[in-house]
Design a protein around this ligand. Structure first.
Ligand SMILES: Nc1nc2c(c(=O)[nH]1)N[C@H]1C(S)=C(S)[C@@H](COP(=O)(O)OP(=O)(O)OC[C@H]3O[C@@H](n4cnc5c(=O)[nH]c(N)nc54)[C@H](O)[C@@H]3O)O[C@H]1N2
Ligand SMILES: Nc1nc2c(c(=O)[nH]1)N[C@H]1C(S)=C(S)[C@@H](COP(=O)(O)OP(=O)(O)OC[C@H]3O[C@@H](n4cnc5c(=O)[nH]c(N)nc54)[C@H](O)[C@@H]3O)O[C@H]1N2
Ligand code: SF4
Ligand SMILES: [Mo]
Length: 751
């Protein structure tokens, strides 16, 4: 790596990596004169990531210099994208939106946002402004193919959607990982960069790591014990564990006890599910279920961590409810080394929906065509396709995608969903590429380059294992014709509301202030909005919004009332971030059900037990089921970067050799995979890692769709779109999360 002394133009900058939720600290070396990124590596002084980075970080160079990355707005004319000026694009977009609203009403415009949003601060901070202005109930996001079972659990058990318990991985003695592979994904719903080292540390202090997964994953390889489970059967094992805990008098809720309601009901509900029943359906031996339960209860500090395989599955809500319940029953909820509720250095403004006056933010309205309930103001992705296809009043006429790619991420993507988008009157994409989703757009509005904007930890503060915050200033001057996302959204909203972009920007800040007040932030409540304005920097944009969050946060200067507290100016002098220590117990702050209770038998979830019983008692299908897997060098929009998409193709169907033999499939052979909704052809990779009866394919591939210009490596190594096989009718019923795992498929040699 070049060092700063090599040439006068070379500089080293400290910067967050924004590619995934982990926000690792990095050291970026650039050449100022040529505006080139020279190299990147981990920032050892970062108190959360300690120098850890994963291979994706090395794509920063490809990313920053990618010639196919959009830098100006694009308008489609006669089927071809052409660059446009910002005024042209925003005027045109505002007119189209107003036209459609006038003609068909606000609900004719659907809004889908993806995970990309969480990594671009201005998109997070200004999306509420845009969404409120649009006034549509047709709001969708990747949340409902990902985390709605977690959120329904927190909503119904705590009355607080954002209160997702986070495993205190740095202090636990026993970690049971259910359906997650942090050795490749780096973890999700937990911000603790460098998970392999953190898992190893558990073992080094005498603890144990156990993985329950149908695949012998990279995490399972690091673990002490792997329990290979049949997809969907987790709930049976967890119910059985609860039975054993009660039977053997191992229940001890510790300080959580005083908040518990419906414990007896939980005990009763679990009773029919013996270890024997669980063993039969899950494939995990009766002795192992007993051993696991006893070890878990006996460990000084233990926790269960469940992620995609626990939520994006047949019984995601039941599974997540039981995970929280077991953590609590063994005295490990809200306790160091157990499963805890991060406070964060700023108030979390996302997923902040709570129970109000006894009303849960769930099921307050339903989708028009399918009657599926909203959660936290969003309809499930499973409802999107029927809403697009079903004629009649309220049919969707336009779609706005923001930093998301529903074609690769949601059910029937590449199939019926693609055809439905082709029929829309108007599509707007906030994206930086022309890709499988944005190719349908009439207008694309790209963000400015990430190294030309400030960056900070924002979206995921409530998943961090430490109270940590970091700010990174921009490295490069923005291009003269670039606009920030704050300016783009304010510019659009200003046009829709007949006000200036500056007025719209101030409106966004006012909304944030009100949101903090509504959430019970006492500092925000002490100041009028005019006073807030006087205290903050005059310059509009994302930093001013962030400053409000920092200064009203628990460690903030409280707009002057706590002079020694944190301000944005102080934070800017700490290039490696600030760390206020590990998670602390704070249960009473997160409970919002009437009476401040924890409901151990939440009605919307227990209503699904009868469906679970039917599945349990039904005959087990002979065929195969398909599940997904993450890979450390793969992210669906990053397959275009040569640094990552090289070597053996990552998009293969992993298959147990005995399943392959039964179908005459050889290693490396092309196979046809068929589900109810679609079929695709992909290379088979035989591996004992897979449980018999289960095949695994990564999602996010399928880059060979027409209409995408350029010649990125993704086009030459496209892979296949998993979600062609995914069925919008297969859902976890309580949360309506689409079940993109455990899809029944048939596999045969492709002729
Ligand atoms: N079969 C299957 N399907 C799945 C999953 C699975 O496990 N299996 N996982 C699901 C999960 S958990 C998730 S979260 C979803 C993810 O689904 P999405 O969030 O819908 O998909 P992404 O590709 O992550 O979308 C990110 C988009 O943001 C764009 N982007 C990147 N940087 C910027 C920027 O600076 N500004 C703007 N405006 N845009 C930017 C990218 O080009 C890309 O189009 O996929 C889901 N789909
Ligand atoms: N490199 C990379 N990192 C990522 C992403 C990425 O695309 N690439 N995506 C990010 C996002 S958006 C998310 S949400 C996270 C997800 O992070 P993880 O959940 O850690 O990632 P997955 O690899 O999807 O792991 C899911 C596991 O569940 C297992 N599984 C499937 N069905 C079942 C079941 O019924 N029961 C059990 N017990 N297990 C089951 C699968 O075999 C798989 O090993 O990763 C994030 N990190
Ligand atoms: S885990 Fe990798 S992609 Fe995620 S923030 Fe860290 S370096 Fe970036
Ligand atoms: Mo996700």
């Amino acid at each position: 790596m070049v060092t700063a002394s090599d040439t006068a133009d070379v500089e080293v900058h400290y910067r967050l990596c924004g590619f995934c939720d982990q926000h690792c600290g990095t050291e970026v070396t650039i050449n100022r004169a040529t505006r080139q990124v020279i190299g990147v590596r981990g920032d050892k002084a970062d108190p959360l990531s300690h120098g850890y980075v994963c291979p994706k970080v090395y794509a920063l160079k490809d990313y920053h210099h990618d010639p196919e990355r959009l830098t100006t707005p694009m308008i489609k004319r006669d089927g071809q994208f052409e660059p446009a000026t910002w005024d042209e694009a925003l005027d045109f977009t505002a007119e189209r939106i107003k036209d459609i609203q006038r003609q068909y009403g606000n609900d004719a415009i659907a809004f889908y946002f993806g995970t990309g949003l969480a990594h671009v601060p201005a998109l997070c901070l200004y999306t509420p402004l845009l969404a409120t202005t649009l006034g549509t109930t047709q709001v969708y996001s990747s949340s409902s193919v990902d985390c709605h079972p977690h959120f329904l659990t927190t909503t119904t058990m705590f009355g607080n959607l954002g209160a997702v318990p986070v495993p205190d991985v740095d202090n636990t003695d026993y970690l049971l990982v259910i359906g997650a592979n942090p050795a490749q994904s780096n973890g999700s719903f937990i911000i603790a960069p460098g998970m392999p080292a953190r898992l190893k540390a558990i073992q080094q202090r005498g603890g144990k790591v156990v993985v329950m997964d149908p695949r012998h994953t990279e995490t399972a390889k690091l673990a002490d014990w792997h329990l290979s489970i049949r997809p969907g059967a987790d709930a049976a094992v967890l119910f059985a564990m609860i039975n054993i805990l009660f039977e053997e008098d191992l229940v001890d809720l510790k300080h959580i006890g005083e908040y518990a309601t419906n414990l007896d009901r939980l005990r009763e509900l679990a009773q029919p599910f013996s270890a024997k029943t669980a063993s039969k359906v899950s494939g995990i031996a009766v002795e192992d279920i007993y051993k696991l339960t006893r070890e878990f209860a006996a460990a000084p500090r233990a926790c269960i961590y469940g992620r995609i395989g626990s939520s994006m599955q047949l019984f995601g809500s039941i599974t997540n409810w039981l995970i929280v319940a077991i953590n609590a029953l063994t005295g490990n909820l809200d306790r160091p080394g157990g499963s805890m509720f991060p406070r964060g250095v700023i108030d979390s403004i996302f997923f902040s929906d709570r129970c109000q006056n006894g009303v849960l933010p769930h099921g307050r309205w339903q989708s028009r065509a399918t009657d599926l309930p909203e959660l936290a103001g969003q309809l499930p992705c499973s409802a999107l396709l029927p809403e697009l296809e079903t004629p009649g009043e309220g049919q969707i006429r336009a779609l706005i995608t923001m930093a998301g790619n529903p074609i690769l991420a949601t059910p029937n993507g590449g199939g019926r969903l693609t055809r439905a988008l082709e029929k829309l009157d108007f599509v707007l994409s906030f994206d930086i590429y022309i890709n499988e989703a944005s190719r349908h757009a009439d207008v694309i509005l790209p963000s400015e380059k990430s190294l030309s904007r400030s960056d900070f930890t924002l979206f995921y503060t409530f998943f961090m294992v430490r109270d940590y915050l970091r700010y990174s200033p921009p490295i490069f001057e923005p291009a003269s014709d670039a606009r920030t996302d704050a300016q783009i959204i304010s510019g659009l909203v200003g046009r829709l509301l007949g006000e200036t972009a500056l007025e719209a920007d101030e409106r966004a800040l006012r909304m944030l202030h009100q949101q903090l007040i509504d959430q019970g932030n006492e500092v925000a409540a002490r100041f009028s909005f005019d006073q807030v304005l006087q205290h903050l920097g005059a310059e509009e944009g994302q930093d001013r919004m962030f400053e409000l969050l920092v200064r009203t946060g628990p460690y903030g200067d409280h707009l002057g009332d706590n002079p020694d507290g944190l301000t944005l100016e102080k934070l800017k002098t700490m290039p490696h971030g600030v760390d206020y220590g590990p998670m602390r117990s704070r249960i009473q702050e997160v409970l919002f059900l009437p009476g401040g209770k924890i409901d151990f038998a939440p009605e919307p979830i227990i209503a699904d037990i009868s469906r679970f019983e039917r599945w349990l008692n039904g005959s087990q299908p002979e065929g195969l089921v398909l599940v997904g897997r993450r890979q450390i060098r793969s992210f669906q929009w990053m397959h275009r970067f040569p640094t990552l998409n090289k070597g053996p193709h990552m998009c293969t169907l992993l298959m147990n050799p005995r399943d392959a033999e039964a179908r005459g499939v050889q290693d490396g052979q092309k196979v046809k995979v068929q589900s109810r909704t679609g079929q695709l052809v992909v290379e088979a990779e035989l591996s004992e890692e897979m449980r018999e009866g289960v095949v695994s394919l990564p999602h996010g591939w399928g880059h060979d769709e027409p209409g995408i210009p350029g010649d990125s490596v993704a086009k030459s190594r496209p892979g296949v779109n998993y979600n062609l096989l995914a069925d919008e009718t297969l859902i976890d019923v309580p949360s309506c999360n689409t079940m993109l795992n455990a899809i029944p498929v048939e596999v045969e040699c492709a002729s």
